[in-house]
Each structure stands twice: as structure tokens, then as C-alpha cells.
Design a protein around this ligand. Sequence first.
Ligand code: PHE
Length: 343
Amino acid sequence: MIDKISNLRDAAIGRIKEAVNSAEVEELRVKLLGKKGELTEMLKDLKNMDIEERKQFGQKANALKTELTEIIEGKFKELSVKDVKKSLSSGSNFDISLPGTNFKLGSLHPVTIVQKEIERIFTGMGFNIVDGPEAEEEFFNFEALNIPKHHPARDMQDTYWLENGSLLRTHTSPCQVRAMQKYGAPLKVIAPGRCFRNESTDASHENTFFQLEGMMIDKNVSIANLIYVMKLLLSEVFQRDVKIRLRPGFFPFVEPGFELDLNCMICGGKGCPTCKHSGWIELLPCGMVHPNVLRYGGIDTEEYTGFAFGLGLTRLAMMKYGISDIRVLNSGDLRAMEQFSVR
Ligand code: PHE
């Protein structure tokens, strides 16, 4: 029995050595070690042996299996090196030194990066993320926000009207009323999204831009809560203390209303085209939700109050990354966009 193994070993090693290509080696591997291979067949005899013989034979057979596997692998390697050398010397036009095809990975748009970051901050405070249509109904964009027909405030937000009577939303505020109607109070939501205005474009104005609306409604919500959340938001986004100022601001859907301005980070407050040479950027209009708006949302104004804000996402991204011209963001110019490598 043991002889059978050493005979098989000698013959097998000889045949492997003589093989001239990988196909032959593979054929031998199957013949020797495959399911119906010679060595495998031999192992089937184990069951007819007595214990002592079975032990010896089993050990030898397994050792041979390991040895042959190693020799076969070695032979495969040897042949593949030969194949490459042969193709090089035979003048084949396959150049193994050529670098591989470089697949370019995309990167996130700076506005998306900032949006995700803010979503992370607010979901951490228990806010939900909601959505609304870009082609919005007049009711949600204006009426329900306390901006009736013919109110002069409509002129500040000149928009694109669609033939079916709806319009491209001028802000994300319509999401406030949609969220109140859908979920009721108490409510903590943010609504990021694209907005449109009929603007003449310059370094800080575009007809298409992104805002992020926020709203919190509960019992006893006050301006103190609003200021706290706004400060927390900005210091998290910029990862440092930021200089801000609050001014009274008029928006028909908040009372009182504020403009929260950020010290311009492009020029450090000295004045530049981005901040219209004022040193400040209007970033965060906000205020306490007007009772009329709460009523349109179906909220009991005796029981609940709330604050709302409309963050200029596009502007925030410009501040964070030092982008001085808003038009770059919609330009699709990869030389600009590729700099933001977060994926
Ligand atoms: N929607 C307002 C705008 O686009 C901003 C705003 C939102 C103001 C929420 C107050 C509260 O100008």
C-alpha cells in the first residue's frame, strides 16, 4: 500500500515538471487531486484497512496531497512568468508596464456636504427631515404664509409662474405649513431644498439656490430657544466661535422677525463684493411663527407657539468653503467642484 503512494508521488512529480503550459498543469491537478483523481481514489481504500495501516497510509496520503498541491502552484507561477516573458520577446503589443485605466470618482457638491452636516446636527436634536414640491401651489408659497394676494411682500420674491397656476417655490417656507398640516403639534422639522427667484445674477445672487427651513412648535417655545438653536447650529457648522448679529427683520409669516447676519468670512468683515461691502452676510432670517400661519397649519394658537428659520444653504456653503462667487456652484465646472473630495 505504502509503495503505491511513493510510486504515485514519483510519477506525478515527473509529469508536473514536464508540463509546458498552464492548461496541462490544470489537467494534471484534476487527474491527481480532483474528485475522481488518482490520489482521491486511493484514499477510498482506507475503509478496507486495519487501524494501524489506515493511520500510516492516511498520514502519507495527506502529506502527498499537500506536497503535490504546492508543486502544482509553483508550476503555475513559473509558467505565468514565462508566458509574460514570451509575449514581451515575441513583439506582442501588450505592454505590462502600462498603468491601468484610472476611474475617476465623483465627489459631493459643496451644498450637499453642508446640507448633510446640518441634517446630522438637527437629527441629533430630535428634528425630522421633511420634503416639499419644487413646483408649489400659490396657497402654500404665499397665502398660508400670511402673504395675501396683492401684498407688497410678494414683490420681494418675484417668481416663475407655471401655466397650470402653480409656481416654482421662492423659499422652503411652504414646507412649514405642509408639515404642520401633516404632523400637527408638537413638531420639530427641517426641510432642505431648491428654490427659485427671478433675480438678476451677480456674485451673491442666483435664480436657483438652496435653503434649509427649520421649525419647532411646542408649548412655551420662546425666542430664547430660537437663539440657542441658531447659535448651536452655526458653531457646529463652522467648528469655531462665529460672530453674528441680530437685527429686526420683516417677514409676514413671523412676528417678531429677525435677520441673523454672519460676519463675512470671505473678507473677515472688511467688506468685499460677496458681502456687498458691508462686512456682514444675511444668512439666517428667523422669528416666532405668526399665529395666522399656525392657524393655516391647523395648530391651536392658545396652546402652542413656535419658531422658524430659513437658512441660506448656498450662502453657508460659500462661507464655509470660501467660494466668492455664487455662480460657480451651478456652473457644473468640475475644476471647481472636484476640490471638495468628501464622498
Ligand atoms: N422664507 C424666508 C425667505 O426666503 C426666510 C424665512 C424663513 C424667514 C423662516 C423667517 C422664517 O426669505
